[in-house]
Design a protein around this ligand. Structure first.
Ligand SMILES: *Cc1c(COP(=O)(O)O)cnc(C)c1O
Length: 379
């Protein structure tokens, strides 16, 4: 692709971009390696699947699939607003929350602005920022021996704000590290940011976190009008395939996001599924329970085998496999896992070449992964 003869025609910000690398799809591994009985622990999907209520709602919605969806997403916005205590005009819907991150970049960032975020942050922040020609202000993360290894250094982020900073992205918990910020440190940070800078708190894994001092930043939107909180149905709700996410903000910010939103960005099946899923707290509770047990299963194994990992409150965990033996790096281990029909996520593209990010699966899936690691790494 170095030879792309249209490169000079592309907008400047786009020229330096590399496409987002998703987790390897199961069908691709089947095609390339000829293996079957594959498990995918690579994209932080819910191993229990979607709520049965959501699946029925989609089957029903399918009957009217020849009609355009409600471009305003009224039912879904009403359900979200009612459940979380907002007015309907404070909710913005996206084709996944990635869509909303992109709307934010397109509304607020131009070529003379910059977006600020931590090293080891979600890959979509630089993508959305560079696509509109804005600059990146990437702040060094906390060191590996910190209490939150490779997590956000809020003091350094505050100090790095410049005249050009227009948007700040903070994921809590963060992907790929799984680290998180507590209520007092995060609110202190938000309060310290000038009001003419948009602060985005990305709560994609919100439902999974039950730490006592983990903040629900939707509660801060009324107090900080420059705050946008994004959430998704892709993770705990198990609806990654239909693509639906949302944000809480002031009505003024929502108005701006909606000016450039594609009129039918969230399809009718996704809207129906999301409404039904918000009515199934039991499914979320069960998913959270299975995830907690799976995280303990994985960390217990790592502790017993002397494998390093980054403590996580999400539905994934980064294990430091690359420094265990001189013979096998993380990429070699990843390759051998693929040969065994197990897809995990290498994070070398995040500059974490010694780690593999593992999505927490069911107990049986986790066991299969851990047994494979034991064998491959001779633990
Ligand atoms: C998975 C994820 C998202 C959500 O992506 P969708 O577009 O909603 O599927 C957003 N932010 C982070 C940090 C994530 O890990």
């Amino acid at each position: 692709m170095n030879q792309n003869k249209y490169l000079n025609l592309a907008c400047e910000g786009v020229r330096g971009l590399k496409p987002y690398i998703p987790g390897k799809p199961i069908a691709e591994l089947e095609r390339e390696y000829g293996v079957t009985n594959i498990i995918k622990l690579a994209s932080n999907e819910n191993p229990l699947g979607a709520s049965k209520k959501a699946i029925s709602a989609m089957q029903e919605a399918m009957q009217e699939i020849h009609l355009y969806p409600d471009g305003n997403g009224f039912e879904l916005k009403k359900t979200i607003a009612g459940k979380f205590g907002f007015e309907i005009d404070q909710i913005t819907l996206g084709n996944g929350s990635n869509d909303i991150l992109e709307l934010i970049a397109r509304v607020f960032l131009t070529t003379t602005d910059e977006a600020l975020f931590s090293q080891y942050s979600f890959a979509v922040y630089p993508l959305a920022t560079q696509a509109v020609g804005a600059s990146l202000n990437i702040v060094p993360a906390l060191p590996e021996d910190a209490q939150m290894p490779l997590g956000h250094d809020l003091k350094a982020m505050r100090a790095a704000i410049s005249d050009r900073t227009k948007v700040i992205f903070v994921a809590n918990p963060n992907n790929p590290t799984g680290t998180w910020l507590n209520a007092s440190e995060l609110e202190q940070f938000i309060a310290s940011v000038p009001e003419n800078i948009i602060v985005v708190i990305d709560e994609a894994y919100f439902e999974y976190v039950h730490e006592d001092d983990y903040p629900d930043c939707s509660k801060l939107v009324a107090k900080y009008p420059n705050l946008i909180v994004t959430r998704t149905f892709s993770k705990a709700h198990g609806l990654a395939g239909v693509r639906v996410g949302y944000s809480f903000s002031s009505a003024e910010i929502a108005d701006l996001l909606n000016r450039i939103r594609q009129p039918f960005n969230v399809n009718s099946m996704a809207q129906a599924a999301a409404v039904a899923s918000l009515d199934d707290d039991k499914h979320i509770a069960e998913s959270v329970k299975v995830n907690g047990a799976g995280l303990r299963q994985i960390t217990k194994f790592c502790d017993a085998k002397g494998l390093g990992y980054i403590p996580s409150v999400g539905n994934f965990i980064c294990i430091k496999v690359g420094t265990y033996s001189e013979k096998l790096g993380a990429a070699d281990i990843d390759e051998k896992l693929l040969q065994n029909g197990i897809i995990v996520r290498p994070v070398a593209n995040y500059n974490m070449p010694e780690y593999l990010r593992i999505t927490v699966g069911t107990e049986a899936e986790n066991s299969r992964l851990l047994q494979a690691l034991e064998k491959i790494m001779e633990l």
